[in-house]
Write a protein that binds this ligand. Structure first.
Ligand code: GDP
Ligand code: MG
Length: 345
């Protein structure tokens, strides 16, 4: 049941290196009397001994969950920002380690929620952890075990599945501090293993992968070998624009803004026409997003267009609109669009 739900809007983005090689294999197989197949079918999940599991990454906002997912997958699937709480939906990044397929779930940060949108995000993060086979708990090595992580560590007792402790940002801290931190966290919760990592430099990331490869449940792979995320392209494209928006306006813009992809059209010349709307809550915010003479929105559009084009490996015409939608934080439809449950209050 849980697994079925996970598949709901699966769409694939191929890993760059394998791009289209996995797609044409049906034809290669059909020519069975050909003595040497021209293109070998991709190696799917090995018949025997394969393993596959869901690993939720949880932690307070800004601890580096999205950066880590990207490092584990080896491609950018999640948006990273120094502005807190940019990840809203449960986004899956998929990696292969030996015989195992590891499906990482990026969750919104866990913090004390006040507004409705905050509550929906925190609930969705915990739901992600409860559904996973293994939960990776991130702690910021620089911040240490502060009051927010203490609360989180206490709540971990409710999660039955194995947990691993991931102390991140070790590039910023002294080794001696790390050991004390690992001890303090392990006293508060039971972890099957502890890793010291830097999601940014990639230090220690391979160790997590090999450990997980051995500890996820035995079973067939859930996704084709060349798939690296389950987010539909339109959603990823919206996330890219949202990231650019935050990068430009992190000071001025409250995080309660949303980007939706309204139109996605592949044109005859091989290019793609994409229309997106940026929703803000007030007219004053709309002006900020537009900028003087439309300069800000133009720059955001240029940044986003470049990255979306790279992602889909095709020229992109990106059209951005900015609309005011008051109280969209109380609109159930918007929550569904982000894959979140709408909290009753
Ligand atoms: P999330 O909110 O937990 O998803 O955190 P992000 O992945 O968006 O990262 C928040 C910020 O921390 C970004 O500016 C990242 O570049 C930074 N960051 C993440 N991991 C590391 C790390 O290992 N070392 C350092 N120095 N910065 C990191
Ligand atoms: Mg994030």
């Amino acid at each position: 049941m849980a697994r079925q739900k996970r598949d709901r809007n699966a769409a694939s983005v191929s890993a760059p290196a394998r791009s289209h090689s996995g797609r044409g294999t049906g034809a290669a197989q059909a020519e069975s009397d050909h003595p040497i197949p021209v293109a070998l079918p991709p190696i799917r999940s090995p018949q025997e001994n394969s393993r596959c599991g869901f690993i939720a990454l949880i932690g307070t906002p800004n601890v580096g969950k999205s950066t880590l997912i990207n490092a584990l997958v080896g491609a950018k699937v999640a948006i990273v920002s120094h502005k807190v709480q940019t990840t809203r939906m449960l986004l899956r990044g998929i990696a292969i380690a030996g015989r195992s397929q590891l499906i990482f779930v990026d969750t919104p940060g866990i913090f004390a929620p006040r507004r409705r949108l905050d509550r929906a995000m925190v609930a969705s993060a915990w739901a992600g952890a409860h559904e996973a086979d293994i939960t990776g708990v991130l702690i910021d090595g620089q911040r240490g075990v502060d009051e927010h992580s203490i609360e989180l560590l206490q709540k971990l007792a409710e999660i039955r599945q194995p947990k691993i402790l991931l102390i991140n940002k070790i590039d910023l801290v002294d080794k001696s501090v790390l050991l004390a931190l690992a001890r303090a966290a392990n006293e508060r919760s039971k972890f099957a293993a502890t890793f010291m990592i830097s999601a940014l430099t990639g230090d220690g990331v391979a160790d997590i992968k090999s450990w997980l490869a051995e500890h996820v449940p035995a079973g067939p792979w859930h996704y084709p070998q060349d798939q690296i995320t389950d987010a539909p392209l339109r959603q990823l494209a919206a996330e890219i624009t949202r990231e650019k928006l935050y990068l430009r306006l992190h000071q001025e813009l409250p995080y309660q803004s949303a980007v939706e992809t309204d139109q996605w059209k592949e044109l005859k010349d091989g290019s793609t026409r994409i229309e997106q709307t940026i929703y803000v809550e007030r007219e004053s915010q709309r002006k900020i997003v537009l900028g003087k003479g439309g300069q800000t929105i133009k720059a955001i559009g240029a940044d986003a267009r470049r990255e979306i084009a790279e992602m889909i490996a095709a020229p992109v015409h990106l059209f951005l609109f900015v609309k005011v939608r008051e109280h969209w934080g109380d609109d159930p439809d918007r929550y569904r669009g982000m894959g979140l449950e709408f909290p009753k209050q």
